[in-house]
Ligand binder design. Structure first.
Ligand SMILES: NC(=O)c1ccc[n+]([C@@H]2O[C@H](COP(=O)([O-])OP(=O)(O)OC[C@H]3O[C@@H](n4cnc5c(N)ncnc54)[C@H](OP(=O)(O)O)[C@@H]3O)[C@@H](O)[C@H]2O)c1
Length: 270
């Protein structure tokens, strides 16, 4: 092959690389735990990452990540606040979003009496629903056109085993020590139900919906939680969980849309 031909091939390859647009992911609650790990791993893989948080000022974890990677931008989304969502949606109008990761969530401790029968705090229930159940729907509606305009067209919910009626009601399926946190479990069950509905409603647009249990993931928030041996035995490091979830998201197709999978790849009973 002539030198000229080799040069042309090299040029076409270089231009092709520089003009090919990278896939884009938007992550809610990206400043800590699982969300931050998603942002780090997608950034390292060369994706355009829109890492969102709900703080007044950008958290250090995200400013540091944006300094490290040109392909990370930091935006504000409080998933309970329609104005905050609308402002960022307006800013990103026309930007295709291949994967929308609804990760933001509140959890609470196993010991908190406000989530235990006999001392339930009903105001707190509203907060759980707003963040964990309706929040992901609000965000999915607001950024829907961005997802439809993308190549991959995927909406993801980071749910939990705690939202499974089957796991909660059958003996032996929930690791010992993981007692019911009423509002957390209720809000994740509601998330699961609404996202199965969402999967049906968006199918005609070619959008796929993934609902995932990330495992019992070791993150900063739960580092001081009291854990049983059974819980320790099933715990997973955040990088391992997120790498596995990214693989499942990669494999998400219309055929498996609306189903509930653990990060291990096994299907979680509803
Ligand atoms: N870790 C586990 O074992 C586990 C297991 C099953 C499911 N999950 C799910 O995984 C997701 C991430 O949890 P995590 O363990 O990584 O906990 P985390 O470190 O506490 O992360 C939660 C994230 O959600 C954000 N957030 C809370 N309320 C928000 C709001 N109104 N608007 C926007 N962002 C908000 C938090 O922001 P702030 O820092 O500002 O509070 C934080 O960035 C949650 O949905 C959780 O239910 C976790």
């Amino acid at each position: 092959m002539s030198t000229f031909r080799l040069l042309v091939i090299a040029l076409v390859f270089t231009v092709g690389l520089s003009t090919a647009s990278a896939d884009t992911v938007l992550i809610t609650g990206a400043n800590s735990g699982i969300g931050l790990e998603f942002a780090k791993q997608y950034a390292a893989a060369g994706w355009e990452v829109i890492a969102t948080h709900r703080r007044r000022l950008a958290p250090d974890s995200l400013t540091k990540l944006a300094r490290q990677y040109d392909n990370v931008s930091v935006e504000t989304i409080d998933v309970t606040d329609p104005e905050s969502i609308a402002a960022t949606a307006a800013k990103l109008a026309g930007t295709p979003i291949d994967v929308l990761v609804n990760n933001a969530g509140i959890v609470g401790t196993f010991e908190d009496p406000r989530q235990k029968f006999g001392s339930l705090d009903y105001d707190l229930a509203q907060q759980f629903v707003a963040v964990n159940s309706t929040g992901p729907l609000r965000v999915s509606e607001a950024f829907y056109e961005n997802v439809v305009a993308s190549q991959q067209k995927k909406i993801v919910a980071i749910s939990s085993l705690a939202g499974s009626l089957a796991v909660n009601s059958r003996k032996g399926l929930m690791p010992k020590g993981m007692t019911t946190r009423y509002w957390y479990n209720m809000s994740k069950a509601a998330l699961n139900l609404t996202f199965t509905a969402l999967a049906k409603d968006v199918a005609a647009d070619g959008v796929s919906v993934g609902i995932y249990h990330p495992g019992l993931v070791r993150v900063e928030r739960n580092a001081s939680y009291r854990t049983t041996d059974e819980m320790k035995a099933v715990s997973v490091d955040v990088d391992v969980s997120v790498a596995a979830l990214r693989q499942l998201i990669q494999e998400l197709t219309p055929e498996v849309s609306g189903r509930f999978f653990s990060y291990t790849g096994t299907e979680v009973p509803w």
